[in-house]
Structures are given as C-alpha cells and as structure tokens.
Design a protein. Structure first.
Lengths: 279, 309
C-alpha cells in the first residue's frame, strides 16, 4: 500500500465528512427518543438538551400505553412478519433449489417469470388484490397480509437464494444420492443448513419492508383487531397531533424494536449487501 | 446404480413439488391481480355491472380536466421527486462509499452502521419525525439555523406550495441514501487489487484514480441503483401520505402517482372511490415502470456490460 494516498489531511477530511453525515443521519432519531422522556415544558423549552432530572417525565409513554392498544398492534405486526418470513424463506428456498439444481424444460423461463416481481411492484395490483380478498372473505384478517407479503417477498428470495445454492458442492449432493437419500432429504438436511447465512440475509431484506409497510394494512386490514404497529402509529399520530409527549413517545416506541433488531443483525445485513448478494 | 438416482424417463415429481408453493402463491397473489388490474382498467361499472368500455377510462383520465389536471400534476411531481433523488441521493451515496472504502479507515464499520439507520425505519416514523423537526411550533429547525446565522432563511417548508415537494424528496433522500452507499461500497470493494496497483504504478492516485479508474468500474452499480430508485419513486406513497395526508397538501403540490391512485381508488371528500379509474391509473404506473425497466435493460445495461470484467 502506498502511503502517499493516505496523507493526514486527507484522512482528517474523510473523517470530518463521514462524521458530519453520521450526525445528519442519527440526529432526528436521537432527537425524537431524547425528547420522548421529557415533560412538555422540557420539550419546548430546550429541545436539544438531554432530559435532566427537572425535565424528565414519562407522561408521553403513559398516555400512549393508556390510549392506543399498542401491545396488540405489536403482536399483529409480529405475527404477520414472522409468518410471511417463514413462508418466503421456505417456499423461496424450495423454488430456488428446484431452479438451481435441476435441468428441466422451461427452467430459465420459470426463473425469469419469478424474477418479474423484483422490478414490478405488487402494489400496482392492489385494486384486484382487494377484490380477491373481498371475494374470499379475507379482508381484515392477518391471513390476507401474510399472503400478500409472501408473494411480495418471494421473487427476491428466489433470486438471491438460487445464486447461493449454485455454490453448494455437487459432490456433496451426489454423495447423498448414492447413500440413498431422497431429493427432499438432500434439500432439507444437506443444502438448507449450508445456505443458512444467505437465508439470514434474505430474512433481513424481507423483514424490513414488511414490518414498515403502511399501504396494505391500510387497504386490506384496517380494522381494530388487525391493525399493525405501523398503521396503528400512523392513526395514533393523526389523532394526537397536539399532544407532543404522546407523539414523541409513540414514535420512540415504534423506533426502538427496529433499532434493537438492527443493532443485533447489522453485521449480518451489511455482510449480505456487500457480499454481492444484490447485484 | 445410476438408474434410480436420477431417472431420466419417469416424471420428476419432486421438481414440481419444490416449485409449486412459490409459483402458486406468486401467481395467485401477484401476477393474476396485476393482470386483473390491467383488465379492470378496460371496464366500467354501469348499473352494478362491469361493462367492457375499451380505452374509455383512459380517455377520461387524459381528456376530462377533473382527472387529467390531477394526473399530469402527479406525474410532474413524481418526475421532480425522482430527479431530486438522482441528483442528491446518488452523488452523496457515491461519495460516502468512496470515503468508506479507503483502506485503513478507522471506525468504518461504525459509520456504515450509523448511516444505514434511517433506511430501516418506517415511513411513518421518518415522515412524522421530520414533520416535528421542521415544525415552526417546536422550533428545532429555526434554532439550529440560528446557530449558523441562517435563521432568516427558515420557512415552514412542508406548508409552502413551492417548497413542500422538494423538502419531502430530500427527506426521502435522507432516508434512503444508505442503499446506494452500500451497493457502491460493495462494488468498490470488488474492484481487483491489480487494477488499483497498476493505476498506482502509472502514478494515478487519489481523486484522479477515483474519476479515471474506479468510477467507470462502478457504473453498472450506479445503473442498478438508478433503476431501483426509479421503480421505488414511481411507486412511492407512504412518505407523502404520512407527512401530508391523502390530499397531498398544500393544494396537491406534493401529489405523486401513488397518492393519486389511492384517492382515485378510495375516493376523498366529495368524490367517491372508483376501482376502474384506480385500475387505469395503476395501469399507467405499470407502463411507466415497465418503460423505465426496459430502457435500463436494453439501453443502459447492454452498454455498461462492456466495462465489466
């Protein structure tokens, strides 16, 4: 490595720019969380200072927990996300295995058909999806959301997973076949454990848009029993426009689970992106 | 031995079984509704019956000023939304990635993780948090601008017709800059060491190395990011809806195709919802996105391929 390219001023400049942007990226998040722990006077009097013993107040959180049924919304979001994720990963991996492992007529055509959904957003079919759900009596059920999100997540999952499955050694699979394992056993026992890291990548990519989606909960499942946390937060924020404590607390409650998950999985996510999985 | 391992003659049921669940769900929930929506755009509800009317809905969309004014407004705003993303998000993303990828940079993992945080947050959080920050009631934005002596420039951007759309586009850029950053970062890391060494031997270092060697090599990634941005922008809805409501105020100045579709489909104020007109708008969005994807696949990608290894 030449040292000429890494002179001190250049390094300082790089850190200055990156640090500035980090502040820009984190400032709104920190500001919201910080102020959610303050009294109304504290929020408006000194928005930029962290809560002091004088301004510390949990009134926002007690309002949110007393008014909105957030625990319930949270459960709905969890059920929808986990169930969709399970189906996307299972069905996606199965299809990816079929496409990457076997040669059959229509293989590449099938791959292309499944890849269509990466570019064309499922939202454009909303009008007919709603009719379909009304006709099958699934409106205002979590099942409707799970079905839609499974379909939405499949194209990218199949695409990424089949790339990874091509790398699983053929010798291993053939050894399994010689030992008399069925194709199903080879898939579930040999191949799936080997592609587990890429499954985690796909899981993160699938999970974020599902958890954060507002469009389909708003259209397919807006009832009180089926509200997701994103929709619940949206409606709650609309109702409490003037109650800043409650708004900031609701926002913080919505941010924190995602943020905690992100901090745990960020290494996995970033490795997934930078390993060239999405190209 | 080989006979029952991979029999050539009998139908290989397991392939079908592996493919069936994914293909069934995908076809039933995604492809058929998409086709159904395109089909619905050619029908109209007349006396409780769906009647085939050909391109009549599109004639209404483009000919009837009640619809065409809104449609062109939404399309124009959407184009502006996309332009802001292209000229702000991508250069910032490339710059951050270039800085991050410089070898021996300390805290690179920290910067990467932190800058990606907004991308994982939901639009509801982002829209509302920025609405609060830019609110003149709270005074955070004017206070911050006061610190650098620019307080006089502050106006409630989200409430002014001429600024609202640009402000929202910039908020969206703030949220998504992590994606181009990561993809370009990955592309920069995958440039072979020999290429960089050869450049250094020829005395090409620093900035000129970036412009002359690295940038041409990451052009395919910039192409992918552009098409992802295009699809995402012409399909956007959530941010505008959370920050400005379904009416995309002030005075429709932040209306984009997604919010326009929502209003046509579900109705608002005096107008009742019309699934057929909604389908017609969704069809137009489909054609726009398809057009963009085709331009990318046939024009951009084939040209960029030449630079790849």
């Amino acid at each position: 490595m030449s040292t000429a390219t890494h002179s001190l001023p250049r390094t300082i400049g790089a850190h200055a720019i990156l640090l500035t942007y980090t502040v820009i990226a984190l400032f709104p998040v920190i500001l919201v969380i910080m102020n959610s722990f303050k009294s109304r006077a504290g929020i408006f009097g000194a928005p930029l200072t962290p809560p002091t013993p004088k301004t510390f107040d949990l009134i926002g959180y007690t309002t949110v927990i007393g008014q909105g049924d957030f625990i319930h919304y949270f459960q709905n979001s969890l059920v929808v996300t986990v169930a969709s994720l399970f189906f996307v990963l299972l069905f996606g991996a199965m299809a990816a295995f079929a496409l990457s492992e076997y040669r059959f007529r229509g293989n590449s055509l099938m791959g292309l058909y499944l890849a269509l959904g990466i570019m064309i957003p499922i939202r454009l079919g909303t009008v007919a999806i709603l009719q379909l759900m009304v006709a099958s009596g699934l409106v205002n059920t979590l099942t409707a959301l799970i079905l839609v999100y499974t379909a939405q997540g499949l194209p990218l999952a199949v695409f990424i997973l089949s790339e990874f499955m091509k790398q699983v050694s053929d010798d291993l699979k053939n050894a399994g076949r010689i030992d008399g394992l069925s194709e199903y056993t080879i898939f579930f026992r040999l191949v799936l454990p080997l592609v587990r890291p890429s499954m985690a990548t796909v899981a993160v990519f699938t999970m974020i848009p599902i958890w954060n989606d507002l469009w389909f909960p708003l259209i397919l499942a807006p009832s009180e029993e089926t509200k997701t946390v994103t929709l619940g937060a949206q409606l709650f924020l609309g109702q409490f426009v003037t109650n800043w404590n409650a708004i900031l607390a609701a926002l913080s409650l919505a941010i924190m689970p995602v943020l905690i998950l992100y901090v745990i999985f960020s290494r996995q996510l970033i490795r997934g992106i930078t390993s060239g999985a999405v190209k | 031995m080989a006979a029952d391992i991979r029999p050539k003659r009998p139908f290989r049921w397991h392939i079908g079984i592996f493919l069936a669940p994914a293909v069934l769900v995908y076809t039933a929930i995604m492809i058929l509704p998409l086709a159904g929506t395109l089909q619905l755009s050619l029908f109209r509800n007349i006396e409780q019956h769906q009647v085939f009317v050909g391109l009549e809905n599109f004639r209404t969309l483009f000919g009837d000023p009640n619809w065409s004014v809104g449609f062109w407004n939404a399309l124009r705003n959407n184009v502006w939304f996309f332009i802001i993303h292209m000229i702000v998000q991508n250069p910032i993303g490339v710059m951050l990635a270039a800085l991050l990828s410089s070898p021996k940079l300390r805290f690179a993992a920290f910067y990467r993780t932190a800058i990606f945080v907004p991308t994982i947050l939901s639009f509801v959080i982002v829209g509302f948090a920025w609405k609060l920050i830019l609110s003149p009631l709270w005074g955070v934005a004017p206070h911050l601008m006061d610190l650098v002596g620019l307080k006089s420039l502050f106006t409630p951007w989200l409430g002014k017709e001429q600024y609202a759309l640009t402000a929202l586009s910039l908020i969206s850029v703030w949220q998504f800059v992590g994606i181009p950053m990561m993809l370009i970062y990955a592309a920069l890391l995958s440039i072979p060491e020999e290429v960089i060494e050869a450049a250094e031997c020829d005395g090409i270092t620093g900035l000129s190395q970036f412009w002359k060697i690295k940038l041409p090599l990451i052009l395919p990634s910039i192409g992918i990011i552009s098409i992802l941005t295009f699809v995402g922008n012409f399909n956007a809805f959530d941010l505008i809806y959370t920050a400005q409501g379904a009416l995309a105020g002030p005075n429709y100045s932040t209306d984009i195709l997604g919010t326009f579709l929502y209003r046509a489909f579900f109705g608002f104020q005096l107008q009742t919802g019309d699934p057929n007109m909604g389908a017609a708008i969704a069809t137009m969005m489909f054609l726009i996105i398809l057009g963009g994807v085709c331009v990318y696949l046939f024009l951009v990608q084939t040209r960029l391929r030449r630079y790849q290894f």
